[in-house]
Design a protein around this ligand. Structure first.
Ligand SMILES: Cc1cc2nc3c(=O)[nH]c(=O)nc-3n(C[C@H](O)[C@H](O)[C@H](O)COP(=O)(O)OP(=O)(O)OC[C@H]3O[C@@H](n4cnc5c(N)ncnc54)[C@H](O)[C@@H]3O)c2cc1C
Length: 308
């Protein structure tokens, strides 16, 4: 029986493990794919405070080493379901077995929806980005394209227009899904060109991305946009279905929690990109991890005091 099981070893889960171990709690960290989470896809991170610019893999290695040195147990497995027991403990079912814990921190992050086009995986982190705030500065005075028609896509285009020389906003329809006041923001950006009724087909380039090929859905014509970067904003997919019986999910599948990362279940906490929030970045994931672990330790302290 562990005091805390943390599901997901991205920046949020790893930071939660640091705080929980330093508070003397037993911790099992379960990760299904990559220790470090999404950030390992990034070759260059510049906005993490206290660290010089480095790759996401280097940054994760430092964090994983810190967690291991503090004595957290780790396991590579996927949590598939959680059962709350009558004695207020939890059984977490995984692909290969099960574990029990007195409390849970969910830190399962998210996946960005892909365009599903030729060469996409090859250029992720090398021209294709899912985050204008993270990577926009790398495209100062260059040409970029943004894909999508919702609030994020339009806001990204406006944000990037302040940095880039030119921005193509590629959308499959002729009207944006974004709110009216957000779309109105496009009016003051002379360097944004709308490429409507168009869908992505391929990205090409020798060492760096250089061309973004799109197809007009109405005419079938192909257009080659000379672009140094493509920012994809066509949706995010959280991984929270295994926890749906324990917590409240919002309409997009993110977990609802209060400022202390507490869910509606007093023994279940949530940290990082998988929860309902406005800013999904390394610093906010790490901050959530610390806050969730402190809240979980307070919960366990209260339970221990009641048991005496
Ligand atoms: C290409 C790229 C570049 C980025 N660049 C920057 C940047 O420069 N600066 C910045 O601040 N942010 C950047 N970000 C965003 C940043 O990486 C995320 O905000 C951050 O990783 C979120 O951390 P997290 O721990 O909440 O989630 P994640 O990093 O998504 O980690 C969640 C982990 O949980 C695991 N998991 C999910 N479900 C289960 C399950 N059922 N069982 C077990 N494990 C599970 C996943 O495999 C994953 O490893 C970038 C993101 C990407 C994709």
């Amino acid at each position: 029986m562990y005091d805390i099981i943390i599901v997901g070893a991205g920046p949020a889960g790893l930071t939660a493990a640091i705080y929980a171990r330093r508070a003397g709690r037993s911790v099992l960290l379960i990760e299904k794919e990559t220790f470090g989470g999404q950030i390992v896809l990034s070759p260059h991170v510049e906005n993490y405070p206290f660290a010089k610019p480095m790759s996401g893999t280097e940054l994760s290695d430092i964090l994983v080493e810190q967690v291991m040195n503090l004595g957290a147990e780790v396991e590579v497995d996927t949590v598939t379901a959680v059962h709350e027991n009558p004695d207020r403990t939890f059984t977490l079912k995984t692909e290969y077995g099960e574990h029990t814990a007195r409390s849970i921190i969910i830190a399962t992050g998210l996946k960005h929806r892909r365009m599903g086009i030729e060469n996409e995986e090859k250029f992720i982190g090398r021209g294709i980005s899912f985050c204008a705030v993270c990577d926009g500065a790398f495209f100062k005075d260059k040409t970029v394209a943004v894909v999508g028609g919702g609030n994020t896509a339009v806001q990204d285009a406006v944000y990037l227009s302040k940095l880039a020389k030119k921005v193509y906003l590629v959308h499959r329809r002729d009207e944006f899904r974004a709110e009216k006041h957000v779309v109105a923001g496009l009016n003051s950006c002379e360097n944004i060109e709308l490429v409507l009724n168009s869908v992505p087909k391929a990205v090409r380039g020798e060492n760096a991305l250089g061309e973004f090929i799109v197809e007009n859905k109405l005419t079938g014509e192909t257009r080659v946009l000379e672009a140094d970067g493509v920012f994809v904003a066509i949706g995010q997919e959280p991984n929270n279905s295994a926890f749906a019986s324990l917590v409240d999910l919002d309409e997009s599948g993110f977990i609802a929690a209060d400022e202390s990362c507490r869910t509606k279940n007093p023994a279940v906490f949530v940290a990082g990109d998988c929860r309902t929030k406005a800013v999904r970045q390394l610093v906010t994931a790490g901050a959530d991890g610390g806050v969730a672990a402190i809240a979980a330790c307070e919960y366990l302290d209260r339970e221990d005091a009641l048991a005496v």
